[in-house]
Design a protein around this ligand. Structure first.
Ligand SMILES: NC(=O)C1=CN([C@@H]2O[C@H](COP(=O)(O)OP(=O)(O)OC[C@H]3O[C@@H](n4cnc5c(N)ncnc54)[C@H](O)[C@@H]3O)[C@@H](O)[C@H]2O)C=CC1
Ligand SMILES: O=C([O-])CC(=O)C(=O)O
Length: 355
């Protein structure tokens, strides 16, 4: 009887840790919460964050909890998700539930409309994103197997690096499970766009909110290709400005890794970018017209099977993948370099599952 009451209270209070939660063990809390009156859930989308207790996961969870399009937020991690969930559950916005460890992955994912994945290790100075492959490839594989089983129709936003390889890994896992829908798998390259808007606005003396820079290719070094010839509002740059901006945008991640001096990589700007992108996906799911953002997706824009360009987000994910548009000579040379490195990273991801 007492256990049943506790379980009901756990649901009301937004926790799912029958043996783990301090709150569950505190009888005065139990009395207080027992008097809560459960109401019907608010309309909106169900969103899960996998890796929710991490450097990106925590601010991302906070910002998603503030998003009016989200009715239920599930926070999953292999450590520390009870504390993060308890903290976030006190925000006076939509519902949140926490899930800890592999046995709770299925419950974390069941019924989700959107799954955001920032799980995995970040870089330290001197490392490339590809150096993370060894650990993160296996993490992404396991999580995507969970998605295939528990919410095969969910839109997936994949943040874990190296994105150029983890997206192909996810695709192969979904193919193997027979549920692959290319429109629903989106690699998150939004931080490159956010950085490009910021750095270009600095050079032009504009408000970054007024600037739109398409960034295509992938998400590592030379595969990050800003198309400065297509900046909005239309702008011209000197060759020196083009070289400075391209280098800064391509190495923005490394700039943060070095500044953080061994304590991690971009987390706050990434959480901001992830929410900007997730919000666009949710607006697309809701049926809003003309929701367009850059993303690393299954693509026929080049000869490569995956490529980042602008995509139109709709009820079933990336419903339209836009072409590159006219490139100048500098961008055409950059594109060739990007494709060479991307081809290897994509193949590495595919082989990891097919081997
Ligand atoms: N796509 C992009 O633009 C960016 C990607 N990243 C990548 O995001 C990833 C996460 O970065 P941070 O949050 O800074 O790292 P972090 O180490 O602070 O957090 C990662 C979280 O993932 C969790 N985790 C590990 N294995 C897991 C599993 N099997 N299931 C669920 N959770 C698991 C950890 O417990 C930790 O809480 C890294 O791979 C990083 O390189 C980072 C910045 C930008
Ligand atoms: O640089 C890193 O390792 C993290 C990342 O992807 C970024 O900040 O763009």
């Amino acid at each position: 009887m007492e256990q049943k009451t506790n379980q009901r209270i756990a649901k009301i209070s937004g926790h799912l840790y029958p043996s783990n939660s301090q709150i569950m063990e505190d009888s005065s809390e139990v009395m207080m919460r027992a008097n809560c009156r459960a109401k019907g859930g608010a309309p909106g989308f169900k969103v899960a964050i996998l890796g929710a207790a991490g450097g990106i996961g925590q601010p991302l969870a906070m910002l998603m909890k503030m998003n009016p399009l989200v009715s239920v937020l599930h926070l999953y991690d292999v450590v520390n998700s009870p504390g993060v969930t308890a903290d976030i559950s006190h925000m006076d916005t939509g519902a949140v539930r926490g899930f800890l460890g592999q046995p709770q992955l299925e419950s974390a994912l069941t019924g989700m409309d959107l799954v955001i994945i920032p799980a995995g290790v970040p870089r330290k100075p001197g490392m490339t994103r590809d150096d993370l492959f060894k650990i993160n490839a296996g993490i992404v594989k396991t999580l995507c197997e969970g998605i295939a089983k528990s919410c095969p129709r969910a839109i997936v936003n994949l943040i874990s690096n190296p994105v150029n390889s983890t997206v192909p890994i996810a695709a192969e896992v979904f193919k193997k499970a027979g549920i692959y829908d290319p429109k629903r798998l989106l690699g998150v390259t939004m931080l490159d766009v956010v950085r490009a808007n910021t750095f270009v606005a600095e050079v032009l003396g504009l408000d970054p909110r007024e600037v739109d820079v398409p960034v295509v290719g992938g998400h590592a070094g030379v595969t990050i290709l800003p198309l400065l010839s297509q900046v909005k509002p239309p702008s011209s740059f000197t060759q020196q400005e083009i070289e400075y901006l391209t280098d800064r945008i391509q190495n923005g991640g490394t700039e943060v890794v070095e500044a953080k001096a061994g304590t991690g990589s971009a987390t706050l700007s990434m959480a901001y970018a992830a929410v900007k992108f997730a919000d666009a996906c949710l607006r697309g799911l809701r049926g809003d017209a003309n929701v367009v953002e850059c993303s690393f997706v299954s693509s026929q824009v080049t000869e490569l099977p995956f490529f980042a360009t602008k995509v139109r987000l709709g009820r079933s994910g990336a419903e339209e993948v836009f072409q590159l548009g006219p490139l100048n000579e500098y961008e055409r040379i950059g594109l060739e370099k990007a494709k060479k490195e991307l081809a290897e990273s994509i193949q590495k991801g595919v082989s990891f599952i097919k081997k």
